[in-house]
Design a protein around this ligand. Sequence first.
Ligand code: BYC
Length: 328
Amino acid sequence: MYSQLVDTGAKGKPSREGMSPEEAAFQDRIDQDITVEPRDWMPEQYRKTLIRQISQHAHSEIVGMLPEGNWISRAPSLRRKLILLAKVQDEAGHGLYLYSAAETLGVDRQELLDALHSGKAKYSSIFNYPTLTWADIGAIGWLVDGAAIMNQIPLCRCSYGPYARAMVRICKEESFHQRQGYEIMLELCRGTEEQKRMAQDALNRWWWPSLMMFGPPDGESVHTQQSMAWKIKRHTNDELRQRFIDQTVPQAHYLGLTLPDPELRYDEESGHWQIGEIDWSEFWRVIQGDGPCNRERLGARVRAYEEGAWVREAARVHAEKQAARRAA
Ligand code: BYC
């Protein structure tokens, strides 16, 4: 079983035992909240962890454009179309800041894209689900962007400077995305019976996958313990998931919607909403490439990359011409 192979994500001040003098000095700087910058010495594993996380994050942003992009031509009004267009463009921008942040760690963007296109690199599980109705656009903004913000606000204090700085602007934009999603849900819930049914159906389908976005439970999270010691992550997956649940359940009630969890209950003692069991077998299946839309999403990314070859070629030739002109 996966959980038997991994660390348990325990917290506490990391021991200096077995560290080289450079590693111990690095850990001291982290403990003092001194930001790490690209030219600073860093343990190879710190660099690799960041490249993994930042590139997965970048891939998630650009794959995340697909489910919503699917609705730009079908938005119900000009206003909604403009908003959705702006949101999807924002996601492209987030991908670009994040690929640039990853490049400061010495990795080549082409390598990252090759890993995505070959199916080797992960991207967020959530983008492997279909967007069946307009209400899904509301549910994505409300739940998916809401979960994204919950996870990303602490990343603004990540120990690696370029990542932390990129996250500041990303979070501001995500917060607009979340509100536009909630506004769509509100309008549907105040609309006709059919519109309200659509909103409920979208919530039913997006609720559990949104909770899975935070990653596996702490006991099965391989990277949390080390990433928290390095202050890449500031909270565990379960801590952030619980915050999201506590924030979102009252929002669903305000909309007059029912969360698709018969075991959901408020625990007076802890002051938290408690949920039923998450189907983790679904999560592992989706991240291993077998979700409802994995093949479609990857196919769309590869196609977009191949169809963009002429743009990259034109940019390269233009840059060469400019350089030749400058040299002359
Ligand atoms: N999906 O040890 P763990 C967005 C993988 S985009 C897929 O807990 P970690 C938006 C994990 O990578 C939102 N894979 O890992 C865009 C690891 O596998 P590997 C994206 C997942 O890194 C457009 C394994 O499971 N946000 O906001 O400590 C429109 C064990 O996990 C997932 C980010 O990327 C998942 N959900 O913690 C709208 C935020 N969860 O790599 C919105 C940055 C886990 O060993 N990333 N895995 O093969 C993070 O904060 C952390 O990487 C995670 C996972 C919390 C996601």
